[in-house]
Design a protein around this ligand. Structure first.
Ligand code: F6R
Length: 365
């Protein structure tokens, strides 16, 4: 049932505040402002490193997770798409743990990567939506994302729920490893607790801008997305969403890689979507944006209030989100990229919920 939405994808985008709030309730003690005690199956205090693997959007959630585990838990992370991970012959330590992220819990390559790690003696954690899935069954610890059924082939609410669960795991691992203090944990958890309300506000306020921008995007053949830090995986996720449902060619790049190649693509016809909250990377990303502007590129700038005030560059459009703490920025900034892809596809008249050639669950290699 789509309720009063045109597509399941739209419904699922708007469900995010609710499902995330539900999911966080499982992982967080909002009275004490603490992450709930973690599973005993994986000893995050002792593991020397973490391996993460997944496909598609779930992989991009894992890539954000890598930044968090490294930053908050000082835990080195090896991550790759499952189709490479399973064949790379990665030297793995049996003392390590591995996390597999999958909405369906049935993705063939992700399952094969899981079995590879299991054979090498690693403890296995599964971040899944379908709790009865094969990936969940074969894991030592299951971390449900509790997004509810996701019908739209393009993943939206599963992505932000995966991120939310990974954030709590990274904070919990940080506490176990003594790299996150009690005060830091409280502050991080408070930010997470605020997230559903902020998401609701953002979803209500940006829709008209996204809809009008989608008319512009629908005329384009190629779109470039740029970001740094955790906004880099988001840039790739933005590009993935756009190509999946609108069939417009899009690429997501680390902003710092611009001058190593993609800058050659920039002309007056090329929209460049810059994802840049006012974080410690902001100035660097703005200088990349200047390079785009100097070559006549049309910039769609997705930033926050501080970022909008700090940048004087002329853009085709600036989307201003509220200032939020760094830990929740990826979930908040996911919203405009989802809506932009959605409205572009609707405007172009594609089959949004069932894009051509794609399947919701990829059970063959
Ligand atoms: C993108 C998308 C796919 C899936 C990928 C993994 O919108 O839906 O890229 O993320 O096929 O699927 P799961 O998460 O079921 O393993």
């Amino acid at each position: 049932d789509k309720g009063n939405h045109r597509h399941f994808m739209e419904k699922e985008i708007y469900e995010q505040p609710e499902v995330i709030s539900h999911a966080l309730g499982q992982y967080i003690d909002f009275i004490e402002n603490k992450v709930n005690p973690m599973t005993a199956a994986i000893d995050f205090a002792k593991v020397p490193s973490l391996a993460i693997s997944a496909c598609g959007t779930a992989y991009l959630a894992g890539l954000v997770g890598k930044y968090w585990f490294e930053r908050y838990a000082r835990l080195p992370v090896e991550i790759d798409v499952a189709s490479e991970f399973r064949y790379r012959e990665i030297p793995l330590s049996p003392q390590s743990a591995a996390l597999f992220i999958s909405q369906s819990g049935e993705t063939a390559d992700t399952l094969a990567s899981l079995r590879y790690c299991k054979e090498h003696g690693l403890k296995i954690g599964a971040v899944v939506n379908v709790k009865e899935s094969t990936i969940a069954r074969e894991s030592d610890a299951v971390f449900p994302i509790m997004a509810g059924p996701e019908i739209g082939v393009a993943s939206t609410k599963a992505f932000t729920c995966q991120l939310s669960v990974l954030a709590t795991l990274a904070i919990g691992a940080g506490r176990a490893r003594g790299t996150v203090s009690e005060a830091e944990e409280k502050a991080l958890v408070r930010s997470l607790a605020e997230m559903p309300r902020i998401m609701g506000k953002v979803l209500n306020s940006i829709q008209p801008t996204m809809e009008s921008l989608s008319r512009e995007l629908s005329k384009c053949k190629d779109v470039l997305y740029l970001g740094r830090g955790t906004s880099y995986p988001l840039a790739m996720e933005g590009a993935l969403k756009l190509k999946e449902i609108s069939y417009i060619h899009a690429e997501g790049y680390a902003a710092g890689e611009l001058k190593h190649g993609p800058i050659a693509l920039i002309d007056e016809n090329m929209p460049v979507i810059v994802i840049a909250p006012h974080d410690r990377f902001f100035e660097k990303t703005v200088s990349n944006m200047q390079e785009v502007a100097a070559r006549g590129g049309r910039i769609i700038f997705i930033t926050d209030e501080k970022g909008a005030a700090a940048s004087k560059l002329e853009t085709m459009s600036t989307i201003i989100l509220p200032n939020v703490d760094e830990i929740i920025a990826p979930m908040i900034f996911a919203l405009p990229i989802q809506l932009l892809a959605y409205h572009t596809a609707v405007f172009m008249g594609t089959d949004v919920d069932q894009p051509r050639n794609l399947a919701k669950s990829v059970t063959v290699e």
